[in-house]
Design a protein around this ligand. Structure first.
Ligand code: ZN
Length: 508
């Protein structure tokens, strides 16, 4: 295993690093409690668990913002001859410290309380398909998050501050330009695919599959990807996620369906992609920002690259269809490589973002960003969200939700106050294509490796180019350095035209 940058930090930063590690240890304890809440906690544990989690979050914030950290950080910033990694550590710690201290403790607590109440209200409102019950919560979160944006400061508009929380450097202006440009190429491609007259049969992936065996097969794939099961594990949860407690303890979750392999397989491959990033963070930087992922967009690029560009490729099925048949004797005898490759790449307009195909997925994201932008600009009132959401779905994707449960209430993000989060999913898709194309070039053809089940060279490439760098640069610079040019949508569009042109028999 290649471990680049495996060198100790300048000892003059020892005091600061020790203080950061205490906060990070508290964070790890909180992460373990959060993981357990989703995987093992009995239902009646929720009151005690929320209390424990909020105490830990409070303690961590208190320890991080105290004067001792302020003084140690200021003293370290006075050192003039520090190497680049140490300089990056100070820059990122300063960014976190300033953000943490600019937000009044009272506002932090009000947001936490409002978000926890909104999440509970959202669950009920979604089940009852009743947006009115959720409306006061989304209004109060919008107000609180606007107040938060004014506290931390922003480039041009309040939503900039929230975008920057998830993807350092992103602004409404930059995302707007990116999404307008993407739409201009993606929308015609989606229309071409949907009007091609070719129907894709998803039958090969929708058969009766024993769930334990689905998990075992998917774990085989994760192992081939290089996910280290001595530094990670897989458990069941209602919604799949990946949580890095430490780079030596990375936990994935999954859920399966008895009659469809896709949720288990692509869920586990997706989360394992996130997991490889967490396991690949630099060991000697633990507890510091240099041992954290650079952004949510880059994190998502790792999961989507493995899920879609590897896991939904023809080369993947060349290697893994025989292995799948061995796992499910008699179930897939009639299925060819071509059939299963097509089955994994159906494009169809659908209501639910998390189930959307690779192409329309981005339209779901763009719609959500456009709504957030209008909300924060005062061009859209929260009470008008359901109609705006439904109209947007009809206009951009061609389907109209019959009720708010399948419409504006489908995602958890707004109930958590996580405005400005959605764009990172599409940034991740675009970064993934850029990275895959560069790795393909550097490794002399990925298809030939994937066909043989040799996935480790790709993991090593991602490790060297992305994982080991932690938060030592901006997300955009990190990707630009990895691919040797500015990131753009071009690689994604090339990939999408090539793949879906073939699947849908179109000359694009
Ligand atoms: Zn993800």
């Amino acid at each position: 295993m290649t471990e680049v940058q495996d060198t100790a930090l300048d000892p003059r930063l020892n005091d600061l690093v020790a203080q950061l590690r205490e906060c990070s240890d508290l964070g790890a304890a909180g992460a373990l409690l959060a993981w357990d809440q989703e995987t093992g906690m009995p239902a009646k544990g929720i009151d005690g668990r929320s209390s424990a989690l909020s105490t830990i979050a409070g303690l961590s914030h208190e320890r991080f913002t105290r004067s001792q950290v302020r003084d140690t950080l200021a003293a370290a910033e006075g050192l003039t001859d520090l190497p680049p990694a140490e300089q990056a550590l100070l820059r990122e710690t300063r960014r976190d410290f300033d953000r943490a201290t600019k937000v009044p403790g009272d506002l932090v607590r009000r947001i936490a309380r409002a978000a926890s109440q909104a999440q509970a209200a959202w669950v009920t409102a979604k089940e009852a398909r009743d947006f009115q019950a959720f409306l006061p919560h989304v209004q109060s979160l919008l107000e609180l998050k606007t107040e938060y944006a004014h506290a931390v400061g922003f480039a041009e508009v309040p939503l900039d501050a929230l975008l920057d929380d998830h993807e350092a450097g992103a602004t409404v202006r930059s995302i707007d330009a990116q999404f307008e440009s993407l739409k201009s190429e993606l929308v015609p491609l989606v229309h071409a695919v949907l009007s091609s007259g070719t129907a894709v049969d998803t039958g090969p992936l929708r058969r009766s599959f024993d769930q334990d065996t689905q998990r075992a097969f998917s774990a085989d794939v994760a192992r081939a990807m290089g996910f280290d099961f001595e530094a990670g594990r897989i458990d069941r949860s209602a919604h799949p996620f990946c949580i890095g407690i430490h780079r030596g303890d990375v936990r994935l979750t999954w859920r399966g369906q008895p009659d469809d392999l896709r949720p288990a397989l692509y869920g586990i491959v997706h989360e394992a992609g996130h997991g490889l990033y967490e396991q690949g963070l630099p060991p000697d930087r633990s507890g510091t920002p240099l041992c954290e992922a650079v952004s949510l967009g880059v994190h998502e690029s790792q999961s989507r690259l493995w899920e879609n560009m590897v896991g939904r490729s023809r080369a993947f099925w060349t290697c893994f269809l025989p292995r799948l048949k061995e796992r499910f004797p008699g179930v897939l005898d009639d299925v060819t490589e071509d059939a299963i490759y097509h089955a994994a790449n159906e494009v169809t307009p659908s209501l639910i973002r998390v189930e959307a195909d690779e192409l329309t997925y981005n339209l779901h994201i763009i719609l959500r960003f456009e709504l957030e932008r209008a909300l924060f600009a005062g061009d859209l009132a929260a009470r008008d969200l359901p109609g705006a959401f439904a109209d947007g779905m009809a206009r951009m994707i061609g389907v109209r939700p019959a009720h708010d449960g399948d419409g504006v209430l489908q995602d958890v993000h707004w109930s958590m106050g996580a405005f400005g989060y959605f764009p990172t999913y599409t940034l991740g898709n675009l970064y993934a294509a850029d990275l895959f194309e560069a790795a393909d070039r550097d490794l002399g053809g990925l298809d030939a490796l994937i066909e043989k089940g040799e996935l480790m060279p790709l993991r090593e490439w991602l490790r060297a180019k992305i994982h080991v760098h932690g938060r030592s640069s901006t997300p955009r610079d990190l990707v630009a350095n990895a691919i040797g040019k500015e990131p753009s949508q071009d690689a994604f569009m090339r990939y999408a035209r090539a793949k879906f042109g073939e699947v849908y028999d179109l000359a694009l």
